[in-house]
Write a protein that binds this ligand. Structure first.
Ligand SMILES: [Zn+2]
Ligand SMILES: [Zn+2]
Length: 286
């Protein structure tokens, strides 16, 4: 993989992914819709997904909902394929234990429409990257055993150390455990996302709204993981918060509870603080 590819989305493996496709997340819908300019609703555009270097066909489709049944549902862009096509077959081979688990749980739940999720610690991921061609995407798979290996390496690292070294702008590769090849995949995920989020917030802290570094022309804002990365391995938008170094220090010292709906932090001494800025966290929780 070359570095001109940028990260798009990490999708947790579920039954749909192994059979019919995935929905592009809300915050990426607009940019994906531009790829469908000139294509009729519900028709779709043929795309290629490269999985371990092998090309597979899929469709990028603006899923039109039946207006009578789902009057309030807006269109969503999805990547679709049929269960018997090459891509889902390959994915079922790559993720055999996830496939077996999901199949078994669905059989137990027969008839009931319940979404089955892989248990914590056994989750596997499908990660989408762009390429230089708009109709070709690269897929990287992150399996349970790779996550286990990464976890073992990260076990000796505190969350603060991880975030400090994991911060692309400030990373000191020579000193970091994060240069280990076993961590290449999980670490790569934050390369652009954290930086994108800082730009989204104009280098301001989501808690106090300040850009302390501004008069000094220094960008000192940091990226914090809502659920500790060393536990969640989640470097995606929905788990990241842009905060100033002061708030970051306080948060790691006090470990407040974050209420995502109210956008409020509850500290153990009873102090509460509302986020002044939010452009992505509440949206991601829908
Ligand atoms: Zn702050
Ligand atoms: Zn943090």
């Amino acid at each position: 993989m070359t570095f001109d590819q940028s990260y798009i989305h990490r999708k947790e493996v579920d039954w749909s992914l192994l059979h019919e496709g995935l929905t592009i997340p809300v915050h990426l819908q607009v940019s994906f819709r531009t790829l469908l300019n000139g294509y009729e609703r519900g028709v779709g555009r043929r795309i290629t997904l490269l999985v371990e270097g092998q090309p597979f066909d899929a469709m990028l489709i603006n899923q039109a909902f039946d207006r009578e049944k789902y009057a309030r549902h807006s269109d969503v862009v999805q990547i679709r394929f049929t269960a018997k096509s090459g891509l889902p077959q390959r994915l079922r081979q790559i993720f055999p234990s996830s496939y077996a688990y999901l199949k078994q749980e669905r059989e137990l739940l027969k008839g009931k429409k319940t979404f089955v999720r892989l248990p914590e610690g056994s989750r596997e991921y499908f990660v989408l990257y762009t390429t230089q061609r708009p109709d070709v995407f690269t897929v990287e798979v992150i399996t349970k055993s790779e996550l286990y290996e990464a976890n073992t390496l990260l076990a000796g690292l505190s969350e603060e150390e991880f975030e400090r070294f994991g911060d692309f702008a400030r990373r000191d590769d020579s000193a970091s455990i994060l240069t280990r090849p076993q961590l290449a995949k999980v670490r790569k995920l934050d390369r652009s996302i954290g930086e994108d989020l800082k730009i989204l917030y104009d280098y301001r802290c989501q808690i106090c709204g300040d850009n302390f570094g501004e008069p000094y022309e220094q960008r000192i804002v940091e990226v914090h993981h809502v659920i500790q990365f060393v536990r969640s391995m989640n470097n995606d938008y929905d788990n990241l918060m842009v905060i100033c170094p002061n708030h970051h220090t306080v948060i790691h010292k006090t470990n407040p509870i974050f209420d995502r709906q109210a956008l409020k932090l509850a500290y153990p001494n009873g102090y509460h603080e509302n986020l002044k800025l939010d452009k992505h966290l509440r949206m991601c929780s829908i």
